[in-house]
Write a protein that binds this ligand. Sequence first.
Ligand SMILES: [Zn+2]
Ligand SMILES: [Zn+2]
Length: 135
Amino acid sequence: MTPLRNSKQRDIIRQALMNRTDHPTAETIYAELKPQYPRLSLGTVYRNLMLLKNLGEIQSIDIGDGVTHFDYDIFPHAHFLCSRCGRVSDIKIRDIERIKNSFSRDFKGRITTCNVNFIGICPECLNEENNDKEQ
Ligand SMILES: [Zn+2]
Ligand SMILES: [Zn+2]
């Protein structure tokens, strides 16, 4: 594989992630690109996502459901995992940087990232639950 081809693949994968806000896994990105790029493998998608993450262009999220999610938005923000449908959504909290900074002041080591994850039932699932009760 030539370097040119590698960077083209990375562009395609970066673009695919940029177009979504649902924090897809490598499998989701792979399934989306596969029809258009039949020669792409899941391993390539995963490797490129990890590479983009190491370059600081995207972030990966481990929210405790056993799979790695990817996010094009690298600004520090919190995430919410729906324990029913598995959807991962953003929670905009302005204070994450402040939490990190205030801990960093008292901590003798070096803090580089701060993950804030919430787990519960998303509005859509909660609605369904309420509708089921009414019937
Ligand atoms: Zn849900
Ligand atoms: Zn996010």
